[in-house]
Design a protein around this ligand. Structure first.
Ligand code: SAH
Ligand code: SF4
Length: 374
């Protein structure tokens, strides 16, 4: 389903696009910078707070741009480590944005880090068999403004934890594009959003601290390799042979390893960056030693980091994580060859499993409520 909002979200505008819209409407070009400063430096919530803009211009802006494309629904904390924020969009769709206060994803295991995980679609079309986000298919793409606004909402939530000072996005270590959705299936919006997140006139967050994860859309990986933005890339591999991978990831039929791996290499070489291979360990599916050996060879050839993630159970799906011993033995095969590898050991509260589940639960509850009142 395509959602066409009445007005474009102001958070989806770049300095160039906003300047062009304003000058076309007969406004001075410098107003664009003023507006962006109110949004990103002062983080105001209403047009009326933009006090250096003439009142009739503020009214014009309110008529032409949506200021708050997402609304806060609930914030669920699991221990001290994760904070799941549920947001509602203009068409009542729900998305999740997550704050993780823990070591994660090969970005450093020695100290606690604060990472934000953002969504790019409502649902997902890729249909990976193990994933909660794709269970009900794709509902729609998020707009660039909806993607950026998730980070504004995170800063607002974080304010509650920082009583004296206002929380800045810069206080976070990393942003990972690993929430609901396949980011490269919504290519233009995610690139535009990350451009805004990175820009000095926007959120000013370093591109090297942003990691995008993809299930492997080969032509889009090659396109991303040409982008000047300079973000990091993670690949959801989850199978080291076509036979195993296509059992759990239908996209492998369109883009098998023979196409995917050279594209990853091209990205790594063009961008001069080490890529991360994510490998969920699922009992009896991809946890055999032969898979570890194949993964080792792939990682060696790509000079990639490997992130092993014991599977997190999803309600209604049969898959399980292997025992700790089995996971360790799998990791040892890679370690013995000198591959850079991380294995997450902690139980529960996994962000990827969590992503999508809070939304599904809330939607189910809503359906039940609707059922009761009908
Ligand atoms: N669509 C993109 C990004 C979102 S998914 C992608 O697939 O890469 C982010 C990561 O979470 C992916 O590596 C995905 O395979 C993983 N994931 C999904 N469900 C999971 C689960 N139940 N347990 C552990 N990881 C999971
Ligand atoms: Fe989509 Fe990623 Fe889940 Fe696959 S793992 S269904 S690509 S969100």
């Amino acid at each position: 389903m395509k959602f066409t909002p009445e007005k474009p979200a102001i958070y989806g505008e770049t300095l160039d696009s906003l300047t062009a819209s304003l000058t076309a409407a007969g406004q001075p070009a410098f107003r664009a910078k003023q507006i962006l400063a109110w949004l990103y430096k002062k983080r105001v919530r209403t047009w009326d707070e933009m006090t250096n803009l003439p009142k009739d211009f503020r009214t014009w802006m309110a008529e032409h741009f949506e200021l708050e494309p997402t609304g806060f629904v609930l914030d669920r904390q699991s221990g001290d480590e994760t904070d799941k924020i549920l947001l509602e969009l203009g068409d009542k769709s729900l998305i999740e944005t997550v704050i993780i206060r823990a070591p994660m994803l090969g970005v450093g295991v020695d100290k606690s880090r604060k990472t934000i995980c953002i969504s790019t679609q409502v649902g997902c079309a890729m249909g990976c068999k193990f994933c909660a986000s794709g269970l009900a298919g794709l509902k729609r793409n998020l707009s660039a403004g909806e993607i950026v606004h998730q980070l504004i909402q995170v800063c607002r939530q974080e304010d509650a934890h920082t009583p004296r000072a206002r929380a800045e996005l810069a206080s976070f270590d990393n942003i990972v594009v690993m929430g609901m959705g396949e980011p490269l299936h919504n290519y233009d919006a995610i690139i535009r959003a990350l451009t805004i997140v990175n820009a000095e006139w926007g959120l000013g967050f370093g591109a090297r601290r942003i990691t995008l994860s993809t299930s492997g859309l080969v032509p889009k990986i090659l396109q991303l390799a040409e982008e000047p933005l300079g973000i990091r890339l993670a690949i959801s591999l989850h199978g080291a042979t076509d036979e195993v991978r296509e059992q759990i990831m239908p996209i492998n039929k369109t883009y098998p390893l023979a196409d995917l791996l050279p594209a990853v290499k091209a990205f790594s070489e063009k961008q001069g960056r080490m890529v991360t291979l994510e490998f969920i360990l699922i009992e009896g599916i991809n946890d055999a030693i032969e898979q570890a050996e194949k993964l080792r060879d792939i990682a060696y050839d790509l000079h990639a980091h490997v992130n092993l993630i014991p599977y997190n159970t999803v309600e209604g799906l049969p898959w399980k994580r292997p025992s700790n011993n089995r996971c360790e033995r799998f990791a040892d095969v890679l370690r013995a060859a000198g591959i850079s590898v991380t294995l997450r050991r902690e139980k529960g509260h996994d962000i990827n499993a969590a992503c999508g589940q809070l939304r599904l639960k809330t939607e189910k509850a809503r359906e039940t409520e609707a059922g009761c009142t009908a």
